[in-house]
Design a protein around this ligand. Structure first.
Ligand code: LLP
Length: 406
């Protein structure tokens, strides 16, 4: 999608607005599908990355199941057309209520503690189940995004396999799948391959399995100097190893993967308008925009880097700016000391690669409305979600605006 289209969208739909380019989503899907040559590969979309129903429907239409982490995500997946049998619920610290609700939907439960497995067995003896293991290997683009290893709250240690099998046998459960997710945003091929070795060892001890799920985590190069993940090398090597394992052990296993970010991140642009430019006596130039960490929290939370383009002045002088939001928090920045084409008040900036964990992690903090969401599908451009209003937000409360006088 070109920058002129983004500028037009900002004019028509105002700012702040998230824009999602469906063509980019399809391109990423194709790249992944082509990379994994193992014939029985199945992708589940990690809906947490972006739950916009239009995007989810498109991804489901392309053959993806859903990786869900809450009963609400399971239901959203179903509403967007996913078959219950293609949805897996990976619940962390799952409650009885979560467990029962998801089981009622008919989605498979991926269990990540011995205590929950015991409860699952008591409630649903004889049922199918998947187990999330912690392979003691973690990887990710920030320490908050690492989900394997000793300090991770996720999964059951692979060294506790025998305990798992004892509970499985006790309740006559059918262990149909095993799962791990080492973390999010890795760009190397080694970490997922090392973790694969461990889960294959676990798989070799389990007599009957339908699938092995290697989770998501496929990174994208947010920084201009980062190399893209070599998804073909990764796909080929995993596929080869997996096929070799299946042949060697005489098993016919499905390979499952749960990408989120890789599918939607680069399809998203957060359009914001410059409201204020302020230079302090030390020479720092603060560019204030009509959005903030309430709409996109990745920068303060993970020290993340997002490219920023001045759509209104693409060939101006290159100047260093601090790009900040309108939230009353000192950490409310989109970038610090970033060189960008000269910015003037009223200019429209595009914060790039914000399709994953952007809107999905937005909040009502300080009561500024969440951004609009606009979809671009080839020549078709439409408003997918209206910018919220205070009235809409307050309508969710009981007796929201009852005044003290009455
Ligand atoms: N599967 C499981 C079990 C997960 O926990 C996750 C992400 C995924 C798949 C998808 O990971 P992906 O392919 O999107 O990397 N808010 C953070 C990312 C947190 C990811 C949590 N789990 C961020 O903005 O970087």
């Amino acid at each position: 999608m070109n920058n002129r289209t983004l500028l037009q969208i900002a004019k028509e739909h105002m700012t702040p607005a998230y824009v999602y380019d469906l063509e980019k989503v399809r391109e990423q899907i194709t790249k992944l599908k082509n990379a994994f040559t193992y014939s029985r590969t199945r992708f589940l979309y990690a809906i947490k990355a972006n739950f916009n129903p239009y995007l989810v429907k498109e991804i489901v239409k392309n053959g993806f199941g859903i990786d869900a982490v809450s009963p609400e995500e399971v239901e959203c997946g179903i509403l967007c057309g996913a078959e219950c049998s293609s949805i897996m619920f990976t619940g962390n610290n799952m409650s009885n209520e979560d467990m029962k609700e998801v089981h009622r939907y008919g989605a498979l439960l991926n269990i990540d503690s011995l205590s929950r497995l015991e409860k699952f067995g008591t409630f649903y003896p004889g049922s199918d189940v998947c187990i999330r293991f912690n392979p003691d290997i973690g990887a990710g683009n920030h320490k908050h995004n690492i989900t394997g290893g000793e300090e991770s709250k996720f999964g059951i240690s692979h060294s506790q396999l025998q305990d798992v099998l004892d509970i499985i046998n006790k309740y006559n459960l059918r262990l149909v799948g095993i799962h791990h997710h080492i973390g999010s945003g890795w760009l190397d091929v080694e970490s997922p391959l090392n973790a694969l070795e461990i889960i294959l060892e676990v798989a070799s001890i389990i007599p009957k399995l339908d699938f092995i799920d290697l989770g998501g985590g496929f990174g994208i190069p947010y920084k201009p100097d980062k190399e893209e993940l070599d998804v073909n090398a990764l796909g080929n090597q995993i596929s080869e190893k997996f096929l070799g394992f299946c042949k060697n052990k005489d098993k016919e296993l499905e390979l499952r993967l749960e990408p989120g970010r890789y599918i939607v991140a680069q399809a998203g642009h957060l359009l914001v308008k410059v409201t204020t430019i302020k230079e302090n006596p030390q020479g720092r130039i603060f560019v204030g925009v009509d959005s903030g960490m309430n709409h996109m929290i990745r920068v303060p939370l993970y020290d993340a880097y997002h490219r920023i383009i001045n759509l209104s002045n693409q060939n101006g002088e290159q100047i260093a700016y601090d790009i900040c939001g309108n939230v009353c928090e000192s950490s409310d920045f989109f970038a610090k000391s970033r060189i960008i084409s000269e910015i003037r008040e009223g200019d429209i900036l595009s914060i790039e690669d914000t399709g994953a964990y952007g809107f999905a992690m937005s909040s009502d903090y300080q009561l500024r409305s969440r951004p609009a969401e606009v979809i671009v599908d080839g020549n078709e451009i439409f408003l997918s979600r209206k910018r919220e209003t205070l009235k809409h937000l307050l309508s969710k409360y009981e007796r929201p605006t009852q005044s003290h006088q009455s």
